[in-house]
Design a protein around this ligand. Structure first.
Ligand code: HEC
Ligand code: HEC
Ligand code: HEC
Ligand code: HEC
Length: 150
């Protein structure tokens, strides 16, 4: 192929992929984000009080100072693997709240699930309560749930 033809081909390929990228990203909804436990407290005072007294509210503080930046530890001792969301907050089990926290959505079972509230919060426990935890003591849902029931 002549050099100018190769260049033209490359240009066409570049333009096509650019338009593909913008097409795909315009079709995607904004990703759901974590909004933090304070936002849930406003309407769920009782759940908040139980949570505040639980080990989950102190999970990040429990890490020794030198491990507070260790990503392996943060994956279970924070809400989304970062110290910016310390401890095991509501959204670690219930899912990121950006799209479901408004009153209209929260009151509607169907809507709230479509908006990202995790219907299977009880299944999240074993994501962290497992053998990858250096201090794993075993896990029995009934016994553990009794301790944090809200
Ligand atoms: C504006 C008030 C409001 C805020 C803010 C709010 N909720 Fe709710 N939430 C409600 C109401 C009202 C209900 C339905 C009645 C009930 O169960 O108390 C509800 C129900 C729920 C349920 C039960 C749903 C089900 O399927 O049974 C969960 C879980 C929940 N909220 C979690 C959260 C979490 C986590 C946050 C913070 C990210 C949050 N809520 C923030 C008002 C709110
Ligand atoms: C796979 C998830 C996971 C990882 C990774 C993890 N932990 Fe934990 N950690 C837990 C759980 C769950 C508990 C609660 C203990 C239990 O019931 O098994 C816990 C408890 C603790 C405690 C409280 C003391 C105790 O014995 O209960 C300390 C301290 C701790 N972890 C430190 C660390 C450090 C340091 C790291 C990183 C090297 C780490 N953890 C990594 C899940 C994890
Ligand atoms: C360790 C995981 C975990 C954390 C952290 C957690 N929850 Fe839950 N929550 C659950 C489970 C499991 C249920 C039982 C129902 C289910 O399976 O969804 C539940 C139930 C609920 C319900 C429904 C109660 C009812 O009467 O039906 C509400 C509301 C709720 N949680 C709010 C919160 C709020 C607010 C926080 C933070 C302050 C929080 N949760 C923290 C796991 C968690
Ligand atoms: C994001 C990770 C994560 C999830 C999900 C999670 N936990 Fe935990 N849990 C922890 C960590 C970390 C600790 C230790 C905190 C500490 O000792 O300061 C802990 C501690 C506990 C404790 C205190 C007893 C002990 O051995 O320290 C109970 C009870 C518990 N979790 C129950 C549950 C239940 C029930 C669920 C599911 C509904 C659940 N957890 C989901 C990370 C998690």
């Amino acid at each position: 192929m002549k050099l100018y033809k190769v260049r033209r081909l490359l240009l066409i390929v570049a333009l096509l992929s650019l338009s593909l990228i913008s097409y795909v990203s315009s079709g995607m909804a904004a990703p759901r984000t974590y909004i933090g436990v304070e936002a849930c407290k406003m309407c769920h005072e009782n759940q908040y009080k139980i949570w505040e007294a639980s080990a989950h509210a102190k999970a990040y503080d429990a890490l020794p100072a030198k491990e507070k930046t260790n990503h392996q530890c943060l994956s279970c001792h924070t809400t989304r693997g970062t110290a910016a969301f310390p401890n095991v907050q509501c959204e670690a089990c219930h899912g990121p709240g950006s799209d479901y926290v408004d009153m209209d959505t929260m009151k509607n079972f169907k809507k709230v699930w479509d908006a990202g509230l995790n219907r299977h919060a009880a299944e999240t426990c074993v994501n962290c309560h497992n053998k990858n935890s250096p201090t794993f003591r075993g896990f029995d849902f009934k016994t553990y749930w009794m301790e944090i029931m809200h």
